[in-house]
Design a protein around this ligand. Structure first.
Ligand code: SAM
Ligand code: DTB
Ligand code: SF4
Length: 343
């Protein structure tokens, strides 16, 4: 499958070399990462914004659209997730069937009209199973690509052949988050291991699909856990081309329902550190915007976030209204990235 112009831009850091003065490192140590995270805030933001401006167009963010193509009933026990079957009684999130190809593509085409250049499809699966459902997902991927958008999917664990088939269908990126540090992982999820996650990521990478991998802050992790997550992402052979940073949405009925909301400054430090460690990657301000003021979100963009999910729903939880987001960006003079434009 050939890459289009839009493909060779966002995300695909390995297609372009860094500009002068920007070095891509894969040997970060925890004290180094922690030293960045702990810098005086204004200095940290300044550093991150300086790197950001040398790599990306100024005042641009990529708008992504997210759709839950298969909601709820998941056999995993991720402590943050309202879609896990075992919390269903308390979260009330129903287990639904996979959406039809037709309805997914009609949502994708609407998202494109609203300005999305990337369409992400999420399924509450532990892993992909070969068969008619996976065949439908492959058709969704082909359909989204033929609309001229980047197609991203997050479907749980993948085998080598499934990764290859997704690549052949034209999938631009696969999202698979590490969520937190290896050390903290077991406190949040018991039904799979950190190594399972890393294995799927390397299958995605080996299949030639661009990698989208990030995490969640506010899970009760320490600052070192947060820094270790970023270090693990950055010390891979290639940086993930896309790094979503989520603030926990503490959903009633999940084991993490009582977690305190993430402070803005924590979110900003995490994003700025991600920007410094992975200068060429798209850093996405993902879940948690409902709890943030516009100023907080703009501060995240100043610190190096250059992408948002728009639309009033993420997978199962709320997201700001479209018109509100557009007004926020307009006020700040931030423009959506056009399809196929260059960094
Ligand atoms: N089931 C697949 C998997 O877990 O890889 C794909 C869908 S899963 C819902 C995608 C990601 O959403 C998770 O990896 C997690 O990082 C994020 N997520 C889920 N629930 C969240 C919450 N309550 N707050 C913030 N992020 C969340
Ligand atoms: C990611 O890192 N965040 C998005 C996307 N990847 C799939 C998902 C956020 C989900 C938030 C909880 C929900 O709406 O269910
Ligand atoms: Fe299932 Fe993904 Fe939710 Fe975990 S995060 S319970 S794997 S849908």
């Amino acid at each position: 499958m050939s890459d289009t112009a839009s493909d060779s831009f966002h995300g695909h850091a390995h297609f372009a070399s860094p500009p002068p003065g920007v070095v891509l490192r894969h040997d970060w140590t925890l004290p180094e990462v922690r030293a960045l995270y702990d810098l005086p805030l204004l200095e940290l933001i300044h550093k991150a914004q300086t790197v950001h401006r040398s790599v990306f167009q100024d005042n641009k963010v990529q708008l992504c659209s997210l759709l839950s193509i298969k909601t709820g009933g998941c056999p995993e026990d991720c402590g943050y997730c309202p879609q896990a079957a075992r919390y269903h009684k308390d979260t009330g999130v129903p287990a639904e069937k996979l959406m039809s190809v037709e309805s997914v593509l009609s949502a994708a085409s609407q998202a494109r009209s609203a300005g999305a250049t990337r369409f992400c499809m999420g399924a509450a699966w532990r892993e992909v199973k070969d068969g008619p459902q996976f065949d439908s997902v492959l058709e969704m991927v082909r359909g989204v690509r033929s609309l001229g958008m980047e197609a991203c999917a997050t479907l749980g664990m993948l085998s080598e052949s499934q990764a290859r088939r997704l690549r052949e269908a034209g999938l631009s990126a696969y999202n698979h988050n590490l969520d937190t540090s290896a050390e903290h992982y077991g406190d949040i999820i018991s039904t799979r291991t950190y190594q399972d996650r890393l294995d799927t990521l390397s299958r995605v990478r080996n299949a030639g699909i661009s990698v989208c991998s990030g995490g969640i802050i506010g899970l009760g992790e320490s600052i070192d856990d947060r820094c270790k997550l970023l270090l693990t992402l950055a010390n891979q052979e290639l940086h993930p081309e896309s790094v979503p940073i989520n603030a926990l949405v503490a959903v009633k009925g999940t084991p993490l329902q009582e977690q305190k909301p993430v402070e803005t400054v924590e979110m900003v430090r995490t994003i700025a550190t991600a920007r410094l460690l992975m200068p060429m990657s798209m850093v996405r301000l993902s879940a948690g915007r409902m709890q943030m003021s516009e100023e907080a979100q703009l501060l995240c963009m100043l610190a190096g976030a250059n992408s948002l999910f728009f639309g009033e729903k993420l997978l199962t939880t709320g997201n700001p209204e479209y018109t509100q987001d557009m007004a926020m960006l307009e006020k700040a003079g931030i423009r959506p990235l056009e399809p196929g434009s260059s960094r």
